[in-house]
Design a protein around this ligand. Structure first.
Ligand SMILES: *[C@@H]1O[C@H](CO)[C@@H](O)[C@H](O)[C@H]1NC(C)=O
Ligand SMILES: *[C@@H]1O[C@H](CO)[C@@H](O)[C@H](O)[C@H]1NC(C)=O
Length: 363
């Protein structure tokens, strides 16, 4: 009963507004979303324009330190020809229930104001009428999350949510005991130990599109074993098969053993090469990083630094899993194959002497 009354009061009120406005045709159309309507679906369509707010992408994947654009567009149906002053508000949804949402930017006309950690780093793109896309400069890890673009025009208030995540890199991982030693559970564990997670099929597929070619099957997060081939060859499933991600399908998670495909997002912090004189064995390498207020780098951290920060060092160093590797983004003579990549020397005996890659969890 109460609901009935309040709904109708709103309609009457809107009617009054509409009638008192000496209006160009669309200047005062309201689309009223029945907030008082129990099921949340009731909409009272009131003669006039309806505001649509849309984003072509639900998620934007970006690289730390770069600029990201979170798309958001609004339009009126039917189209309006007189300029309207819509207010655009971007805010970030709370990461945990109960904490407040965070204001990012509010814009009216050509003026805007940014807030908190976003101050001076964000603007609206405004490439075209109705473009309310948010540009965030110099992204840092804390920027990851869900953002809502809200457009307010008169009583109309519509919004859309866009996620911001960091791009990651997929890397193959095998045990120091050799190829095909990992059951599913162990594979999950070794990825985690290397600052990563088991890759999903989509992540492996994206890596294959970027050129990953690996001729040993590895576990994926869904419990299948697959491998990506960009150059078909006899030793690798046959040279007459098309390039692609080859799947062995779901495998027995305890009894069957493969390598692993791990996924790591771009990282906060710094990976650097420590070049002790004289070179160090594995035990000394771990200590050398600690002495430098760092820790010996994990494989995932080295891959992320290679992929997203362009780390390029033609010197082999110890890593936390006891492997020896080095990252190359600009291939050149004496630094491995002609393609960029993280070169690996496998797992040499721990008494061998090398440099070491350390990781410092700061910029
Ligand atoms: C990010 O945007 C700023 C200012 O618009 C520009 O100077 C800078 O080059 C951009 N950075 C990258 C990585 O594109
Ligand atoms: C590394 O060298 C130190 C001596 O500097 C020695 O105590 C340690 O056992 C060596 N570790 C390995 C794994 O060879």
């Amino acid at each position: 009963m109460n609901m009935w009354i309040s709904r109708h009061l709103v309609v009457i009120w809107l009617h009054l507004l509409y009638l008192t406005e000496a209006s160009p045709r669309y200047a005062n159309g309201f689309y009223y979303q029945g907030a008082m309507n129990g099921d949340g679906n009731g909409e009272i369509f009131f003669s006039g324009v309806r505001l649509h707010v849309e984003s072509p992408r639900l998620t934007v994947a970006a690289v730390q330190g770069s600029n990201a654009t979170l798309p958001c567009h609004y339009r009126y149906v039917p189209e309006v020809h007189t300029p309207r002053r819509a207010r655009v508000k971007w805010f970030r949804l709370p990461l945990t229930d109960g904490s407040p949402e965070e204001d990012v930017l509010v814009a009216i006309g050509t003026r805007h104001r940014s807030y908190g950690g976003f101050r001076g780093r964000v603007r609206l793109r405004r490439d075209a009428p109705g473009d309310a896309s948010l540009v965030i400069n110099s992204l840092n890890v804390d920027d990851i999350g869900l953002y809502r673009c809200e457009v307010i025009d008169g009583l109309e208030d519509e919004s859309v949510t866009v996620g911001l995540e960091f791009r990651g890199v997929v890397f193959p991982f095998y045990s120091s005991r050799g190829r095909y030693q990992l059951n599913f559970h162990k594979a999950k564990q070794v990825c985690e130990e290397q600052g990563a997670t088991l890759a999903t099929f989509d992540q492996l597929f994206a890596a294959w599109e970027e050129g990953l070619d690996w001729c040993n099957a590895g576990w994926l997060a869904d419990g299948t074993a697959q491998y990506p081939v960009s150059t078909p060859r006899e030793a690798c499933g046959g040279s007459d098969l098309a390039p692609g991600v080859r799947s062995y399908g779901p495998r027995h998670q305890h009894l069957e053993r493969f390598d692993a495909f791990c996924f790591t997002a771009s990282l906060r912090g710094t990976v650097y090469f420590l070049d002790p004189v004289p070179k160090v064995n594995f035990t000394e390498a771990v200590q050398a990083c600690l002495d430098a207020d760092s820790e010996i780098a994990k494989v995932g951290q080295l891959y992320a630094a290679w992929r997203f920060l362009g780390l390029d060092i033609c010197d082999a160093g110890w890593l936390a899993d006891g492997s020896v590797r080095y990252p190359i983004t600009r291939p050149r003579p004496n630094c491995g194959p002609e393609k960029p990549g993280v070169r690996t020397f496998g797992y040499p005996p721990h008494h061998q002497k090398h440099g070491v890659y350390c990781y410092a969890p700061r910029w």
